[in-house]
Write a protein that binds this ligand. Structure first.
Ligand code: CA
Length: 223
């Protein structure tokens, strides 16, 4: 009789443990996702004056802090961005914002000045210019191999699908016409403690791993 009672207790205890483990497995991961996938800030970076793609009233903003000189940004633009574009930006669920993050010296600054000029004067030409600039980045390069020059930037504008006024672009690069815009970007880089490129934010959350598409997707869907 005593033996039977212990068996009963053992069975109940086992069922209890199974229930607790199941509950933890089912509910724990979805309760703290953003803490695991990124760092939260009070607000998303302001998109005022920044190049944007997608609908302005989309419920979520995806921001890239990027550098045309950075090999990882080229890889991100080729591997991750097309998926986000197809799944969320073209569907009107997210708007994409690009912020210049000139971490690699003078060449980064030249490319930033060019992109600000194109966005200011020919916003319809901006995204094809942006993509073409990443495509023109040499496949094998260290950060120190030079390839961005004012001439190269104008050449990229010439090969662009949408016409760009090349003389004005050359002048804007050489006169540093939009240096103030680049400075505004650098201020955001500091405000959001951006240390590597690319850094991706979904709304107000800075994503830990910009190449983790599933994490970005989950954050977009949550917001
Ligand atoms: Ca900018």
């Amino acid at each position: 009789m005593k033996q039977l009672f212990s068996m009963k207790k053992l069975v109940l205890l086992t069922i209890g443990i199974i229930l607790i483990v199941t509950a933890v497995v089912l509910f724990y991961p979805s309760s703290t996702p953003s803490a695991e996938m990124g760092t939260s800030y009070d607000a998303a970076p302001s998109a005022d004056t920044q190049p944007t793609k997608g609908e302005a009233d989309a419920p979520v903003t995806i921001t890239e802090f990027g550098d045309y000189k950075c090999p990882s940004c080229k890889a991100w633009d080729e591997e991750i961005f097309p998926q986000l574009e197809q799944e969320f930006i073209e569907e009107g669920d997210a708007q994409f914002v690009f912020i210049n993050t000139p971490f690699h010296g003078e060449e980064s600054e030249l490319a930033s000045l060019a992109s600000e000029s194109v966005w200011e004067h020919e916003p319809d030409a901006f995204w094809s210019f942006h993509e073409e600039l990443f495509q023109q980045q040499p496949e094998v390069q260290s950060h120190d191999d030079p390839w961005v020059t004012p001439e190269k930037l104008v050449e990229v504008a010439e090969t662009n699908d949408v016409p760009i006024d090349e003389e004005r672009l050359a002048s804007d690069i050489n006169q540093q016409t939009y240096a103030n815009r680049v400075q505004e970007d650098i201020a955001l880089v500091e405000d959001y403690e951006v240390e590597v490129t690319p850094t991706i934010m979904v709304g107000n959350v800075k994503v830990d791993d910009p190449f983790d598409y599933e994490a970005i997707k989950e954050l977009v869907e949550q917001q």
